[in-house]
Write a protein that binds this ligand. Structure first.
Ligand code: TRP
Ligand code: MN
Length: 450
């Protein structure tokens, strides 16, 4: 892998600059942006091309029904929250969910953090007005600060470098935690037993007991494999800010092809997936496995057109379609889409995002979701794929490892008044640690039956 970005080596890598790019900040200091871009371009890549290739293979397996994807992490990571404790809690949560899902699915679980780079957010309006004062909207820590002052809200290119370094230290900790003994299956299972000590979760004891016996059986049978002690853990984020993704794109020396080395997997959001837009063009030219978010208004025709643009040769594992339909809509909107895409398009991996179609404002004014809606969308996703004979390839969850109160419901029954207790998210509400584990047990039940 070459260390430096080589502009012009691969034709077209900068073509996006001539196309409409929505959801980009209005940088005021173009000279500073250019300097930052040059500096980013000489930083070491955050991930290697070979790792992205491995992930592509894993996602291909999920597309064939031979693995299950668990993609999870914050809606928006912040620099302030990139602490050892918060990163550890998030990894811990994903690992705990993964053990349960591995058991439920009897399949390998592909662990994909929405982590180490998830710093840019699309917004519905460019500005925000409070008490007669209008300032640029918060677009994520990679662009501006959340504080409602002109200084904080002015897009600052230097934040791109901060995002790079924060991603690097987050990834470093992820790599340490997932290979250094912390991810040992037996240890993770012990954490799950700790979670189940709370009587609120007694309904999951039967399955935990089964997992327990399975682990004891492996021990008795002499299974002391390396694979029980380490996990593969991949990084992902929305490839929204092209001024960041482009300088981190490198030419792989083995193949001579470009990879976006800011993460193993990047996705295109529902708001930036215009067929003639900058995001689709740029991502059509990198080799990473990529995702496309699809909401209830997505048509089969536009999805097929995107597949043709982004995966013309039908490489397995290249494309993951992440559907976010809403609990009330998934059973109506998903079947036709899946049917036509499968009939006419190349291979794809279907993943359910049960978060973004289920957001509403609570009576007391918090942006929230209901745990039961999240669960119901996953259930609908499984039903649709079961009926069509296609594979439900995984789930995409907004979660945190901490005990926040942002999503209503779950066995601890967070209600509207309870949201005020610990509502910390800057953007969308996240499942807390307990709600995430509870979701994993419920989804594992669905997997056992499917
Ligand atoms: N290496 C296997 C895997 O990643 C088994 C494993 C070890 C595991 N530690 C884990 C699975 C923690 C889930 C969570 O699947
Ligand atoms: Mn979100």
């Amino acid at each position: 892998m070459s260390v430096e970005s080589e502009p012009g080596v691969v034709e077209g890598l900068d073509h996006w600059r001539t196309l409409p790019a929505v959801q980009q900040p209005a940088w005021s200091d173009r000279a500073a942006l250019a300097a930052v871009s040059d500096e980013l371009a000489i930083q070491p890549p955050l991930v290697f091309a070979g790792e992205a290739d491995v992930l592509r293979g894993r996602l291909a397996a999920a597309g064939r029904g031979e693995a299950f994807v668990l993609q999870g992490g914050d809606c928006a990571e912040t620099f302030a929250d990139a602490t050892a404790n918060q990163i550890r809690n998030k990894i811990k949560t994903v690992l705990q969910m993964a053990v349960v899902l591995t058991y439920g699915a009897s399949l390998p679980v592909v662990k994909l953090g929405r982590m180490a780079g998830q710093y840019a957010k699309p917004r519905s309006t460019d500005d925000e007005t409070r008490d007669g004062v209008t300032l640029p909207a918060y677009r994520g820590d990679i662009i501006n600060g959340h504080e409602f002052t002109l200084e904080a809200r002015t897009p600052d290119p230097h934040r791109l470098l901060k995002a790079y370094h924060t991603s690097a230290s987050t990834l470093n900790l992820i790599r340490a935690f997932t290979t250094g003994g912390f991810a040992d299956l037996r240890l993770v299972h012990e954490w799950n037993r700790g979670f189940l000590a709370n009587p609120a979760y007694s309904r999951y004891e039967t399955m935990a007991g089964e997992i327990d016996r399975a682990i004891r059986f492996m021990g008795a049978a002499g299974g002391d494999f390396d694979s029980l002690r380490t996990v593969e853990f991949f990084s992902s984020h929305e490839a929204l800010l092209l001024d960041y993704e482009r300088p981190l794109t490198r030419i792989d020396s083995r193949t001579g092809l470009p990879y976006d080395c800011s993460a193993h997997f990047v996705w295109i959001g529902e708001r930036t997936r215009q067929l003639d837009g900058a995001h689709v063009d740029f991502l059509s030219r990198v080799q990473n496995p990529i995702g496309i978010k699809l909401g209830p208004a997505a048509t089969a025709d536009e999805t097929l057109a995107l597949m043709e643009r982004l995966n013309p040769t039908g490489i397995e594992g290249r494309l993951t379609l992440i559907t976010r339909m809403g609990a009330g809509t998934v059973r109506d909107a998903l079947p036709a889409l899946v049917q036509e895409v499968v009939a006419e398009g190349g291979p794809v991996t279907w993943v359910c995002d049960p978060m973004h179609g289920n957001t509403f404002s609570s009576p007391s004014g918090y942006k929230t979701r209901r745990f039961d809606d999240v669960l119901d969308e996953v259930r609908g996703f499984f039903e649709v794929h079961r009926d069509l004979g296609t594979h439900p390839g995984g789930i995409h969850i907004e979660l945190t490892g901490d005990d926040v109160t942002e999503v209503m419901g779950g066995s601890e029954e967070i209600d509207d008044a309870g949201l005020a207790r610990r509502y910390e998210t800057r953007v969308d509400p996240r499942l807390n640690h307990q709600q995430s584990l509870e979701l994993a047990f419920q989804v594992a039940e669905m997997l056992k039956r499917s």
